[in-house]
Design a protein around this ligand. Structure first.
Ligand SMILES: [Cu+2]
Length: 189
């Protein structure tokens, strides 16, 4: 899991550096390296695309409901940030996109997310749609078989901060205090 996180971080930072080197100035076209179109559905089976997120800054985190450690911890941290935002939580977004669409149906996501802040939206879709979202965010995810025919998922555990135009800003540190995280998100309202 740590390896997946580090790989993800290297990919993210590498992408940012590549874009920064390539773009002539900060005022030029938005960073196109992370994020992009996706067509998924939320835990209420409502269609969600990147267009629906326009107008609000949002966090994107990829994971899966059977995750033993990193995902629940991160979703808890994101929930704390949402709580610290108070009423402003209605003006930002937080997406939890599954890397395990085989098991994470909308109903499973709905049940799982009832443990966390209600602003969190869990997204899933058919495997091709999820694969496209993973690709757009440069997320690594791989099935790892366990004894007894079960499996876990190795996956990138970066939280992405997107601005209200849907442009990638930077990785978001879920380990900062909820107040600091809330202040950072408020900066993009
Ligand atoms: Cu996980």
């Amino acid at each position: 899991m740590l390896a997946a996180f580090l790989i993800g971080l290297v990919v993210v930072l590498g992408g940012v550096l590549a874009a920064a080197t390539y773009l002539p100035s900060r005022s030029a076209a938005p960073l196109g390296v992370i994020g992009g179109p996706f067509r998924l559905e939320d835990q209420s089976s409502k269609p969600v695309s990147e267009q629906d997120m326009k107008g609000r800054p949002y966090l994107v985190f990829f994971g899966y409901t059977h995750c033993p450690d990193v995902c629940p911890a991160t979703l808890f941290e994101i929930s704390e940030v949402m709580r610290a935002l108070g009423h402003d939580a209605d003006r930002v977004g937080a997406l939890f996109i599954t890397v395990d669409p085989e098991r994470d149906t909308p109903a499973v996501l709905k049940d799982y997310l009832s443990n966390f802040d209600p602003h969190l939206r869990g997204l899933t879709g058919d495997p091709a749609a999820v694969a496209a979202a993973l690709k757009a965010y440069r997320v690594y995810a791989k099935k790892v078989p366990t004894e007894g025919g079960d499996y876990t998922m190795d996956h990138t555990a970066v939280v992405y901060l997107m601005d209200k135009s849907g442009r990638f800003v930077s990785p978001f540190n879920p380990k900062q205090t909820p107040e600091a995280g809330a202040a950072q998100l408020r900066g993009y309202l």
